[in-house]
Design a protein around this ligand. Structure first.
Ligand code: Q46
Ligand code: ZN
Ligand code: ZN
Length: 310
């Protein structure tokens, strides 16, 4: 096996990133990750030090690493954890909440917690079951609930920015899925930054240029304790399959994932999706219950789902 040395100090490297032709020791890898995150934040004009940021944390490696980097670099970043009530024999929600709280306590960070079963009377799998949405998987309901809660909490607590820990592998898997079905409207909404529009906080993805492997290395080398188990419902998903395919491609052609994503963003900037003749969803109405923007007359999809009183 080839032995690599650190680009900066020539010590033995702990990671070699073929796609960047870069190898680093522990110290210089962690430094590179922090510097690269700042570059991404600036490149896409995500936020400034003067803005309050709400980080969506799940207890997984990506979101905790993101919060860690923002904390280290002096951003005003608080966290939001949403307990989904997913157990599936491994106490997934309970365990991930404990790790998130431990992380926040160790750094003196503020964490907001929303407990779905306590607030709405049902766990996510129970809501999915009752509403018969999502073909036996609770992910569609889960996505809807998480989006509504994250945005509502950000707006109510006056955070202009909502940051998520999506990494390059997540973004490229979504892009591949959308390309295979030519879902141009979905591609139009895929971006490192979604600007704030009436009633929606700005959404940003500062880790969108890091691979899953780099994120795992960052959390392990930073000794951040995170939940190793994936959500049990992520297993066997389309997205997991696309990630597997893309990793095979990356092995043969290092750098393909980043190039696919960067070239997509460049093509979009050049106007490739500008003249779509599709109606954009019209969020000009306001839900009378949760006061979130909605496309519907009367209660929004979320309030209808949770059976909120009108
Ligand atoms: S959507 Fe589906 Fe995830 Fe919700 S139910 Fe689990 S896998 S957590 S990102
Ligand atoms: Zn070094
Ligand atoms: Zn509503």
């Amino acid at each position: 096996m080839a032995i690599y040395t650190c680009r900066k100090c020539k010590a033995k490297a702990v990671i070699n990133m073929k796609q960047h032709r870069l190898a680093f020791c522990r110290e210089h890898f962690l430094e590179w990750m922090v510097e690269s995150t700042i570059k991404t934040i600036d490149k896409y004009h995500m936020f400034k030090h003067s803005e309050k940021i709400l980080v969506a944390v799940s207890g997984g490696k990506d979101s905790l690493a993101l919060w860690d980097i923002l904390w280290k670099t002096g951003y005003q970043a608080d966290g939001i954890y949403i307990s989904l009530g997913i157990d599936d024999g491994i106490q997934y929600s309970h365990h991930s909440q404990q790790l998130t709280e431990k992380f926040a306590d160790a750094r003196g960070l503020k964490l907001l917690v929303v407990n779905v079963p306590e607030t709405y009377g049902e766990t996510i799998p129970q809501m999915a079951e009752r509403s018969k949405r999502g073909q036996g998987k609770p992910c569609a309901v889960c996505g809807l609930v998480k989006r509504q809660i994250m945005n509502r909490v950000a707006v109510e607590h006056e955070y202009p920015v909502l940051a998520t820990g999506h990494n390059l592998d997540d973004e490229v898997a979504v892009l591949l899925g959308n390309t295979l079905t030519w879902s141009l409207d979905m591609m139009q909404r895929q971006a490192p930054v979604l600007p704030s529009t009436g009633g929606f906080a700005r959404k940003v993805k500062p880790l969108c240029r890091f691979t899953e492997r780099e994120m795992a290395a960052y959390t392990i080398l930073s000794q951040i304790e995170y939940i190793f188990d994936e959500c049990p419902f992520a297993v066997g998903s389309k997205s997991a399959y696309y990630k597997e395919l893309l990793n095979k491609l990356e092995e043969e052609m290092p750098g393909k994932k980043l190039k696919f994503y960067s070239d997509f963003l460049l093509a979009k900037k050049d106007g490739f999706l500008d003249n779509l003749h599709q109606d954009k969803p019209d969020y000009s109405q306001t839900c009378p219950i949760c006061h979130q923007p909605t496309t519907m007359d009367g209660p929004c999809t979320f309030c209808r789902l949770v059976g909120a009183a009108y």
